[in-house]
Design a protein around this ligand. Structure first.
Ligand code: NAP
Length: 277
């Protein structure tokens, strides 16, 4: 199985599971829990959530899905920027721990940059780590300037990841942010890897998937997984889809297929503002 090692030495599976918009409806709850559990069976044990998702309902659904299996999974959650003060970060983390029914969050991220000085958030994250409530910390949606500023603060050097919008149609980070993180051994966590299915509407992309004998979701995931230092967190709501997505780990794209994807979705030719969803 493809794995990625964070600074600090923790090795996690390259393919995990997202949970945005999960846990909001009683009608879909059982399928969502079954999906996460099937994903864990298949080795997709990195599960990404956030206090923002459904105002805690996503974290609560994750708790239900991992009942009896806490030690099998690596849980990522996030603090909202407006909670990211010294005291607010600790309060938010404790609330997330209750929702998750867990004594620890494996990786805790600042969801995006708000008004709170980075030094203050980092102070709280370091205190949470010392207390054993989180094991690692990192950021999400920070552009290159912000990432540099974050990493320069005390504690910033221990940043485990920057979770970023990255998929075939959103390649802007390849220009500068991705290389900068790579040089420092900080793996990117690629969110919305399927562009929330909008990728599938590209006729040339759909045709390439068909000609390659894979599904569009598998082609999009295989392209990301071909880069050996990314974690990738697609979200889905059925066990059949999680099986389909897990099979992307076994797809090796040829140089010709990769070149064709570059033609359909060209890499950036200049710096672009960071995109986020
Ligand atoms: P995504 O994973 O790119 O796409 C999710 C959509 O793809 C869902 O509609 C899902 O449908 C569909 N899908 C999944 N597998 C499929 C398959 N094999 N065939 C066809 N459709 C398939 O989008 P995302 O949820 O925005 O991103 C993934 C995760 O990244 C989130 O859940 C969240 O954990 C994280 N995220 C983080 C941020 C941030 O700011 N840090 C922002 C966005 C997302 P069904 O659900 O109906 O199966």
């Amino acid at each position: 199985m493809r794995t990625v090692t964070f600074p600090g030495g923790e090795t996690v599976p390259a393919l995990g599971q997202g949970t945005w918009n999960i846990g909001d409806s009683r009608a879909t709850r059982a399928a969502e829990i079954a999906t996460l559990r099937r994903g864990i069976d298949l080795g997709l044990t990195l599960i990404d959530t956030a206090e923002m998702y459904g105002d805690g309902r996503s974290e609560q659904l994750v708790a239900a899905a991992i009942t009896g299996r806490r030690d099998e999974v690596f849980i990522v959650s996030k603090v909202l920027p407006n909670h990211a003060s010294r005291r607010g970060t600790v309060t938010a983390c404790e609330r997330s721990l209750k929702h998750l029914n867990s004594d620890r969050i494996d990786l805790y991220l600042l969801h995006w940059h708000g008004g709170v000085p980075f030094a203050e958030t980092l102070e709280a994250l370091m205190a949470l780590k010392r207390a054993g409530k989180i094991r690692y910390y990192g950021v999400s949606n920070l552009d290159l300037t912000e990432t540099k500023a974050w990493c320069q603060e005390s504690g910033g050097e221990a940043t485990a990841t920057n979770q970023l919008l990255y998929n075939l149609s959103r390649r802007g980070i390849e220009w500068d942010l991705l290389p900068w993180l790579r040089e420092r051994g900080i793996p990117v966590m690629a969110y919305s890897p399927l562009e929330q299915t909008r990728l599938f509407k590209n006729a040339k992309f759909a045709a390439l998937a068909k000609a390659s004998g894979v599904t569009p979701a598998q082609l999009a995931l295989a392209w990301l997984l071909a880069k050996d230092d990314l974690t990738v967190i697609p979200k889905c709501s059925s066990p059949a889809r999680v099986e389909e997505n897990a099979a992307a780990r076994d797809i090796q794209l040829s140089p010709a297929q990769l070149a064709e994807l570059d033609k359909i979705f060209p890499p950036p030719r200049s710096a672009r503002p960071l995109e986020m969803l």
